[in-house]
Design a protein around this ligand. Structure first.
Ligand SMILES: C[S@@+](CC[C@H](N)C(=O)[O-])C[C@H]1O[C@@H](n2cnc3c(N)ncnc32)[C@H](O)[C@@H]1O
Length: 264
């Protein structure tokens, strides 16, 4: 119905320790699957999403403190971050998130702000491209791909996902690493995560819960280190992952890692 199946649904609601009448922020509302479960358990939810097409308060969770205040959610029982993109976003060719479809090379979570990924691909130096493909994509062939992009764009500006796919080649793991790297760069996803976590520390009341689901190692590392900063009791020594049966019905759950902490 929603087009996006929430991952670790029960685990998230348990991790947040949802109580009737409690206040929760869903910082990545998407199709609202997790929010619906919180509401089902009697919680009140403020939903936030960077994507203006999403039916939630429009904003970036890097501004969570301000958004929470504006909406009367300044001292909450729990905050959820379910990072990354939704199935709706991935399946919309016009957003440019997926190498599977042709569309504009955009990849912005919020197309009303900033510059599309084509701007990066057409203006960054070979060295800068190499750097983001290596750091954010952990791609071994970053040098060759960066060089191929610089050569191709001298002939014609690269503006579509299809044009980029032609340059990178059709090895799916490579394409997925390159698109991931561009998405992280274009949305400053790691910077937003760090700021969002800092904001969460202020907004969550003592004893409240922080739940973060990440989908790649760079994010998970940030979350893990952040939870060790002395303000939190870590409730998941090892991250919680999806069961085999969940992965069978929802492949997106395969790489999900959930960490939970309690505000001291
Ligand atoms: C994996 S989906 C969330 C799915 C949601 N939990 C559900 O059950 O439908 C991630 C969502 O977070 C949003 N998002 C990612 N980074 C964000 C940020 N920095 N600020 C606000 N929203 C963000 C995306 O636009 C996307 O809609």
């Amino acid at each position: 119905m929603t087009g996006h199946v929430p991952v670790l649904l029960k685990e998230v609601a348990d991790g947040l320790n949802v109580r009737p009448g409690g206040k929760y922020i869903d910082a990545t509302f998407g199709a609202g699957g997790h929010s619906a479960e919180i509401v089902k358990r009697g919680g009140m939810v403020l939903g936030i999403d960077a994507d203006p097409e999403v039916n939630a308060v429009h904003g970036n969770f890097r501004d969570i403190e301000k958004i929470a205040k504006e909406n009367g959610f300044e001292s909450v029982d729990g905050i959820l971050f379910d990072l990354g993109v939704s199935s709706m976003q991935l399946d919309s060719p016009e957003r440019g998130f997926s190498y599977r479809f042709n569309g504009p090379l955009d990849l912005r979570l919020d197309p009303t702000k900033g510059e599309p990924a084509s701007q990066i691909v057409n203006t960054y130096s070979e060295g800068e491209l190499y750097e983001i493909f290596t750091r954010f994509g952990e791609e071994n062939n970053a040098r060759t791909i960066a060089r191929a992009i610089v050569i191709a764009r001298a002939v014609e500006r690269i503006t579509t996902t299809e044009a980029l796919v032609k340059i990178v080649g059709n090895a799916k793991p490579v394409l997925s690493r390159i698109f991931q790297a561009l998405r992280i760069e274009v949305n400053d996803e790691l910077g937003a995560l760090r700021q969002g976590l800092d904001g969460a520390r202020i907004v969550i009341k003592t004893g409240g819960r922080l739940v973060v689901i990440s989908f790649h190692s760079l994010e998970d590392r940030i979350v893990k280190q952040y939870m060790r900063n002395g303000d939190w009791k870590i409730l998941t020594k090892k991250p919680i992952t999806a069961t085999d049966s969940e992965v069978r019905t929802n492949t997106r759950a395969r790489s999900a890692k959930m960490r939970v902490a309690q505000r001291l």
